[in-house]
Design a protein. Structure first.
Length: 293
């Protein structure tokens, strides 16, 4: 009996081997068409691959889209930062050009004021509570600055030294002048005598200086230049102040008031010159002659 079972198993293995060899040989031969089982097997594998390929492809596409979005976001952030840097460079360049123009104008003005020995200064602060009235410069008594010295830019007069420290000074701007801060001035008229007046205040609504005490007999025209006269010894003479824009009779009806547009921009000042009031002023005789006029 045992030998019979062994023979059956041996025969089964032999028959299976023969069938396998036949199938291998059958599959390896050149054929124009596949058999039905082969077609079924191939289609089954293809459908399985299709079923698994679609979600895999979908996930892969979604991952690629996310990666592309992240790359675009990073590139956008880089471009934004570079754009901000570019804008900053443009603003910095504009400020440098502005400073360069102001410094050149200041140097040119210095050459034309050799008699005054101006002291170059830079604005380092504006008063927070009196922005339009006061500012601080980086020059003080150690540099020759004293109280009540005139302060100008390349365009014209902007104020006077209100107080001087050792290395810094506070400047009272023309826009903060009142009756206690007077500037003896001339209105220069082409082909006619100069007209005397006093800068005694600032009209905040129109942004113009008030030139008071003009005789009713004097006829001023728009565009007449106003300059310091040097009378009284407080400010040097011939400092440019502004131009006449409008003339009105004052409240008393005894004199006229001229509204003067300052040459200098009082709200945008970076570089200034402090002018020594002792260098060139009008003598007492000239002052008496001016008052007689």
């Amino acid at each position: 009996m045992p030998s019979l079972f062994r023979r059956k198993r041996l025969m089964t293995v032999l028959i299976g081997f023969i069938i396998l060899v036949v199938l291998i040989g059958f599959s390896m031969r050149d054929r124009s068409e596949l058999s039905v089982p082969e077609k079924f097997l191939q289609d089954s594998v293809g459908w399985v691959q299709t079923v698994f390929h679609s979600p895999v492809q979908l996930v892969d596409n979604a991952y690629q889209n996310i990666q592309n979005m992240l790359n675009v976001y990073e590139q956008n952030e880089v471009l934004k930062s570079r754009l901000d840097e570019y804008k900053g460079l443009i603003q910095e360049n504009q400020q440098l050009e502005k400073d360069n123009r102001e410094l050149r104008d200041t140097l040119d003005k210095t050459d034309s004021m050799r008699d005054y020995t101006p002291i170059q200064g830079t604005v380092i602060a504006r008063s927070s509570d009196r922005w339009f009235e006061q500012m601080t410069i980086n020059k003080g008594e150690e540099h020759g600055v004293e109280k009540d010295m005139a302060v100008i830019t390349s365009e014209g007069m902007v104020g006077k030294v209100e107080s001087a420290g050792a290395f810094h000074s506070n400047v009272q701007l023309l826009s903060g002048f009142d009756e206690s801060n007077k500037i003896s001035s001339w209105v220069v008229r082409e082909g006619e005598d100069n007209v005397f007046g006093l800068i005694e205040g600032f009209d905040s609504e129109s942004g113009r200086l008030l030139l008071e005490g003009i005789s009713l007999d004097e006829e001023l025209e728009e565009g007449d230049v106003v300059m310091s006269s040097g009378m009284g010894g407080v400010f040097p003479s011939d400092l440019r102040i502004g131009t006449v824009e409008e003339v009105k009779n004052d409240r008393s009806g005894l004199t006229k008031t001229a509204y003067v547009e300052p040459f200098a921009d009082l709200f945008d000042i970076d570089h200034v010159m402090v002018v020594d009031r002792d260098m060139e002023t009008v003598s007492e005789e000239d002052q008496e002659e001016g008052e007689e006029q």
